[in-house]
Write a protein of this length. Structure first.
Length: 159
């Protein structure tokens, strides 16, 4: 589209397991016109399709089986945050492999620009000290329920 070679676009929003869309399926012929809806990310986080339990329970099961401590989980989280910071080097060169930046966010009615995304949004600084303060999501567990920086929103567009 930027080159003028197309007049239609397919937009894909991808999210790394967080802040998933609430999807509404219109049903104008149903009573009151009410459609159906789903929260695919939240539902899948809470109900594994094969095991029938939550991802948090899976995390606790794996940590227990392999004796992975909360401190070791935090070490991985800190390392992933460091790697994310490395990816922002050189005027986020790595992000530019999968994002067109800056990214213009249209208004819902497509009559103008709502905002401009300069890159990932919602990623926050993570430290070993901050993670150590988090309590496990369940009594006696090791996995914290606070969002990890690698789970935050990342959006890309394909045309």
């Amino acid at each position: 589209m930027q080159l003028g070679l197309a007049d239609q676009a397919l937009l894909l929003a991808a999210d790394r397991c967080s802040n998933g869309a609430h999807i509404c399926y219109p049903a104008p012929r149903r009573p009151g016109g009410y459609g159906q809806s789903e929260d695919h990310v939240t539902y899948n986080l809470m109900h594994d399709a094969i095991g029938g339990h939550s991802m948090m329970e899976t995390a606790e099961n794996v940590a227990g089986k392999f004796q992975i401590t909360a401190s070791e989980q935090n070490d991985v989280t800190v390392r992933r945050y460091e790697q994310y910071q490395d990816a922002l080097a050189d005027d986020p060169a790595f992000q530019k492999h999968y994002m067109t930046l800056p990214f213009s966010v249209p208004k819902p009615n497509l009559t103008g620009e709502e905002a401009i995304m300069e890159g990932d949004e919602g990623v926050f600084a993570t430290t070993a000290e901050g993670l150590a303060k988090l309590r496990p999501a369940r009594e006696g567990g090791t996995a914290a329920s606070a969002p990890r920086p690698i789970r935050r929103t990342s959006m890309s567009a394909l045309c």
